[in-house]
Design a protein around this ligand. Structure first.
Ligand code: NAD
Length: 297
């Protein structure tokens, strides 16, 4: 298939490489020339503009930081919508708010195109290994159409429902994750202060009703889980600023839906404090530093 891929960052570049491996004809565009070079070295064609990238494409995939970037890429004289042929589908795998997805889907529809939200989980490791989970929002027909292509980059391709429900699934999952990480941090730091060995406490929680991914896979207390970012100085995981962004999407969406998110709002403030204190690039499990007496690992 002739695919245009826009946004070759930490996630987009390895995803695009997997499309090349699956023998798709790839045209790429990114503002970063180095990112483009790494893909052309691997066999992709570089486009001179977004509009040029979309011309001739049978499918367009975008993987961009936030909704403002997606809007910029779609609209404008040299944008995707200016170059894309009618009936060609646009798949956006960026994590953005559901309201923006609906607005972009309307714009695309006026242009004769379907716009599908397909955010991912699995991180950069999953992107490189081709094992991402895609949460797809759109009609059943479009889901069937894009599924084989997404399967070149992921292991689980899930149809969540109509337009924007992929983003709903993504931000609700990360709402749980942000809250559980803060909860496990609070309990591990309390246990430490009360004198129990953190490894013993972690072991008890992980075989008891407090067990969750934030405790048994990503425990924030250093040394409890050898493979967790906490054990390597909170590096190489899911960045605090990315968690902060996703909790912002959840609380913004909740405001529009007039739905309370008490714990999500509190968790958002915890990660905001970390980011303000300069810890935005650390793994989000470093939130435990807000609780521990020495404030350090
Ligand atoms: P990134 O910042 O590494 O990459 C974004 C890329 O988009 C950059 O290469 C940038 O140059 C390019 N870009 C920005 N504006 C552009 C424009 N107008 N035209 C062309 N290219 C443009 O981001 P990432 O880590 O790859 O994440 C992408 C999305 O995936 C985000 O929405 C993020 O929340 C989500 N996500 C990230 C992870 C992760 O672990 N990094 C996991 C799941 C989901």
């Amino acid at each position: 298939m002739k695919i245009a891929f826009i946004g070759l960052g930490n996630m987009g570049a390895p995803m695009a490489l997997n499309l090349l491996k699956a023998a798709h004809a790839l045209t790429v565009f990114d503002l970063n020339a180095h990112a483009v070079q790494s893909l052309t070295d691997a066999g992709a064609r570089a486009a001179t503009s977004l509009k040029a990238a979309a011309t001739d494409a049978e499918l367009v995939i975008t993987m961009l930081p936030a909704a403002a970037h997606v809007k910029a890429v779609l609209t404008g004289e040299e944008g995707i919508l200016a170059g894309i042929a009618k009936n060609v589908t646009i798949v956006d795998s960026s994590t953005i708010d559901p309201a923006s997805v609906k607005a972009f889907a309307e714009l695309a529809k006026e242009n004769g195109n379907a716009f599908v939200d397909a955010p991912v989980s699995g991180g950069t490791g999953g992107a490189a290994a081709g094992t991402l989970t895609f949460m797809v929002g759109g009609s059943a027909q479009i889901y069937e159409q894009v599924k084989p292509v997404l399967a070149s980059m992921g292991k689980n391709i899930v149809h969540c429902g109509d337009t924007s429900t992929g983003q709903v699934a993504k931000i609700c999952n990360n709402l749980v994750l942000g809250i559980t990480m803060a909860g496990v941090s609070e309990a591990m730091a309390l246990g430490e202060a009360l004198g129990i060995d953190p490894k013993v406490l972690g072991g008890i929680i992980n075989t008891s009703t407090g067990r969750c991914w934030s405790s048994d896979t990503y425990n924030p207390f250093p040394g409890v889980i050898e493979t967790a970012p906490s054990t390597r100085g909170y590096t190489g995981g899911f960045g605090t600023d990315l968690m902060l962004k996703d909790l912002g999407l959840a609380t913004d969406a909740a405001k529009l839906a007039r739905q309370p998110v008490y714990l999500g709002a509190l968790a958002q403030q915890l990660y905001q404090t970390m980011s303000t204190n300069g810890a935005g690039k650390l793994d989000f499990s470093a939130v435990i530093k807000l609780y521990r007496k020495d404030g350090d690992a």
